[in-house]
Design a binder for this molecule. Sequence first.
Ligand SMILES: [Zn+2]
Length: 496
Amino acid sequence: MHRRQFIKLAASAGLALPTSTALAANPDVKRRFVGMQISPFTIFDEGVERCLDLLRDAAGINTLVCFSHTYLLGSKPKNVLADHGFNLQPRNFFKDNQRFCWVRTHDKYYKNTVVRHQPVTRNTEYHDRDIFSELAEPARKRGMKVYARMLEAGGRRAHRIPNYDKVLTVDIDGKPGRGPCWNHPHYREWLYATVRDLVENNSIDGFQWGAERTGPLSYVLFRGLIPTCFCQYCKDRNKQHGINADRAKQGFRDLYQLVKGLEQNKPKPADGVFTMVLRIFQRFPEVLSWDYQWFQADEEIGSEIHRIVKSIQPNIESGRHIDHQRSSWDVFYRAAMPYDQIAQNADFIKPILYHETLGPRLRWWVIAEMQKRVLNELSLKQSLELYYALFHQDRKERPPLDRLDKAGLGPEYVFRETKRCKDAVRGSAKVYAGIGIDVPWYVPNGMERRPSNPETMQRAVKRAFDAGADGVLASREYIEMSLQSLKAFGSAIRAL
Ligand SMILES: [Zn+2]
């Protein structure tokens, strides 16, 4: 019997609910949400019982936020993988038979979409394992909850997801774009079917959805990527809002050409880069509207997923992952989608607030990239100052350019961003701060370990709660966190 059916039956018969649900309903059990982002393969590699023991005993974890699908999974080199004292062979991320779909799928849900899940065969690693049924009892015994996590696969993933290439975006030249279109009915239906299938057939206490892509304006102005999406579904959607596709496309083409000229060090426009950008915005306001509609489509998906989860199982806590660029530097996303709007369709919001990792990300992904393009007239130093000012970065925590990469930001960043989210949602959703632990960084031909400073990380946890966080989620992934860091995180939790 599925848990959902059991709960219905138990309620009608006046029986006690399963322990994990009873725990939430019991007013004597007051506890903060202390979660861990984790992948099924790590739990299986380490063994369910001893992995959960370690999470509870070392890190004070009371909620597993476990991937149900790992399509986005990149290859992590062995040097950044922690073995947590178990003396395991480091996981090989480069093998061919990896499993990406960790739940059993049922054909009846997927009748209205051409997109399919990875076929799990006898050759697939862990093909006979069932993560959420295997976690249910060991988690319950330890007073832990289990949340499923879905992260949009993004990118071009047809090698992992059959027919994914049939729902891709279309760029301004009519060529296939970088990821699926949020307005493509078959893509949306595949997501919704996946959530229905997952929630109806697995025992979970919570669910977290997130997409990590941003919009065409950010992609072109900050990174010089060709604008998408101009597929028929996007044109139809925008037409309904009175937005002319040809004019939007022309505006995006002008922006793209402006940026390409800057990248190639062609003579700068005499009127100035910023003036040129504003000129295009004024000539083609459709550009801004198109970008706004793109984010609205993303939010519609998030809302619908939340509605589906709650309609199947109202007790499941359903929430949203807000990735780092959305939480901390993408001004177009921030302008289009305030937290209070998201909170209308989520039980919780989890902004990614990796204080240390924000250093190298700002330095290399944001400042360096923007300075080649839209901030071309500013120096790197000025670009960084502009960021600090526009994003209200605490005056005590503004590492200079030459120290930004290694020093990162600090606990006040976690405090400020948690508070910003709390103040915006005004109690209509819980806020779980995504605390970054040992998040590796990229080097030529691989990654390097970036161990967290334990004291700073502990202060970040404390400052998240000072700002009113309803919980913290240890991120980005358990497999990257050393035993020492897990213990430091656990001490911070116990000290609260
Ligand atoms: Zn489209």
